[in-house]
Design a protein around this ligand. Structure first.
Ligand SMILES: N[C@@H](CCC(=O)N[C@@H](CS)C(=O)NCC(=O)O)C(=O)O
Length: 217
């Protein structure tokens, strides 16, 4: 949902198919209207004034507070949702499961695997060693999802927004997810949620358009 309004609202600094997509998905699902700013429309200097590391994502709340870190942005977005099945509160039994799975995706998949294989610091052999960590992590998720519709059970949560993003990025990271039938069925289930499927394909198309522009240059 891209909304332009005069009253203060939540702003997401976003780049297509990066981790900010998880926050977009969580916001769309939870009914939180977002003003989306594509970070590449800002100068590097202006974006660094928002997030000193220059990383995606960053969120500006209606109170003007900046929240960097995808995990924190996801937690904030879900805390604002009026949907009782989506929002988890600290007193809820599964609140720490929500934190657990967000932390799992952030540290075991996003930064542990994707951060390593998408950047230039490592040579190809080291990247393959990092990819070798994937089966234990995706296998664990596959087992977990064998008995559950979503990570926390029957209802979609912000952790699912993050994991769904991670599954969509696997092919680009050259991580093979075909052995994980429950995880694949889950990703299809999530993508079939209309608001999520639409957000994902919007982002996908924007990324394709960006890549075509780059090759045309
Ligand atoms: N700790 C940050 C890391 C975010 C991160 O790695 N973002 C990637 C996109 S998914 C990024 O900005 N990459 C650009 C770069 O490293 O310059 C978070 O959890 O939000």
């Amino acid at each position: 949902m891209e909304v332009a309004q005069n009253r203060p609202m939540t702003t997401l600094y976003h780049m297509p198919l990066t981790c900010s997509l998880a926050v977009r998905i969580a916001a769309d699902y939870g009914g939180i209207a977002l003003n989306i700013i594509h970070a590449d429309t800002l100068s590097r200097r202006d974006y660094k004034a928002i997030n000193p590391l220059g990383l995606i994502c960053s969120l500006r709340t209606p109170d003007g507070e900046i929240i960097t870190e995808t995990s924190a942005a996801l937690m904030w977005v879900q805390s604002q949702s009026a949907d009782n099945d989506f929002r988890r509160e600290p007193q809820d039994a599964d609140y720490y499961q929500l934190l657990r799975w967000i932390a799992f995706v952030a540290t075991e998949i996003h930064k542990q695997i994707y951060r390593m294989v998408f950047y230039d610091e490592l040579d190809d052999a080291s990247k393959d060693n990092i990819r070798a960590l994937a089966p234990a992590r995706f296998g664990l998720l596959d087992n977990h999802l064998a008995q559950r519709k979503f990570l926390l059970g029957d209802h979609f949560s912000a952790a699912d927004a993050y994991l769904f993003w991670a599954t969509r990025l696997a092919e680009r990271a050259r991580v093979d997810l075909t052995p994980y039938q429950h995880l694949n069925a889950y990703a299809q289930r999530v993508q079939a949620i209309p608001a999520i499927g639409k957000t994902f394909s919007d982002d996908w198309e924007r990324k394709q358009a960006e890549m075509q522009k780059q090759t045309a240059r």
